[in-house]
Ligand binder design. Structure first.
Ligand code: OAD
Length: 263
């Protein structure tokens, strides 16, 4: 392999991947970019380049301007409904079949991993397609929302309650069960991928470091350098779909070439 080849894993790391018992994959907004869902921090196209987070993605913003916040999420839900998983999502589904265990921990709220068929997905920041009562956090079903004339719809669970998206806003805690499962996976995995995240938002950003501290190999897939790059055993500097399809091909080819009796 040429050192500058952005698409191949060095043979020694491929071997470690092939022998891995538990692969952890942490994904961020860059994983969904090729499905047409905007990232948060990319300079021209990122959501936070066009909107101020504190005006839309905080409990304070929702309390002050519930209709504005709900409408913004309606727009994003529309984009997510139209989006399709890409070849990188599909490659992860294939990789899950090649190791005893593969856990995906995602910061994305679009459920594209689940839609593509990945089995073990931990949602750290919630799911934009689900709604909850803003006072009781009880789930509100789609049919109720569709039949509501209000923006945002009123909650069926509390007199002054409103429907809000089941996502984590700035200043809110992550769902405890998801965070515990994610930390468990980080401690127990032996191979970790960090894909399409700036690695700036905690606590998600610390998961790959926890994996490394516990002896895992770390590969970063991101066209850009991030604060995590320094800690990675190898960086694939290309898009998620390109890197993952190339990696799957490299992996399958190696397995094929090393089958007993394969020349
Ligand atoms: P960001 O928008 O901060 O970062 C997106 C990353 O994806 C950048 O590092 C890009 O270089 C990279 N990227 C862009 N296109 C890519 C592609 N095709 N393939 C691979 N990588 C690509 O998104 P996150 O790091 O996920 O939180 O942001 C973390 C959290 O900050 C989000 O979950 C959200 C936000 O505030 C909440 O809403 C709670």
């Amino acid at each position: 392999m040429k050192p500058s080849d952005p698409l191949s894993l060095p043979e020694s790391l491929l071997l470690r991947l092939q022998d891995s018992k538990h692969v952890l994959v942490l994904t961020g907004a860059g994983m969904s970019a090729e499905s047409g869902i905007a990232t948060f921090r990319d300079a021209q196209t990122g959501l936070w380049a066009r909107f101020r987070p504190e005006e839309l993605a905080t409990p304070q913003a929702f309390a002050a301007h519930p209709a504005r916040v709900w409408s913004w999420y309606e727009e994003r839900r529309h984009t997510v409904r139209e989006a399709e998983p890409h070849a990188g999502h599909v490659a992860l589904v294939e990789m899950e079949k090649m190791v005893p265990r593969l856990s995906i921990v995602t910061q994305n709220v679009d459920a594209l991993h689940q839609r593509s068929g990945s089995g073990s997905v931990i949602e750290l920041h919630g799911n934009i397609m689900r709604s909850i009562c803003h006072l009781t956090s009880r789930p509100i079903d789609e049919e109720w929302l569709e039949n509501s004339p209000d923006c945002p719809p009123r909650s069926p669970w509390a007199r002054d309650g409103l429907a809000r998206p089941d996502v984590v806003w700035f200043g809110e805690s992550l769902p405890a069960e998801a965070m515990n499962s994610a930390m468990n996976a980080a401690v127990n995995c032996d191979f970790c991928f960090s894909i399409g995240t700036t690695s700036l938002v905690q606590p998600a950003a610390s998961l790959p470091l926890l994996a490394v501290e516990n002896g895992a190999i770390l590969i970063e897939i991101n066209p850009q350098e991030t604060p995590l790059s320094l800690h990675a055993n190898h960086c694939l500097r290309t898009s998620a779909s390109e890197a993952l399809t190339a990696l799957l091909h490299q992996w399958k080819t190696r397995v094929q070439d090393h089958k007993p009796g394969a020349g």
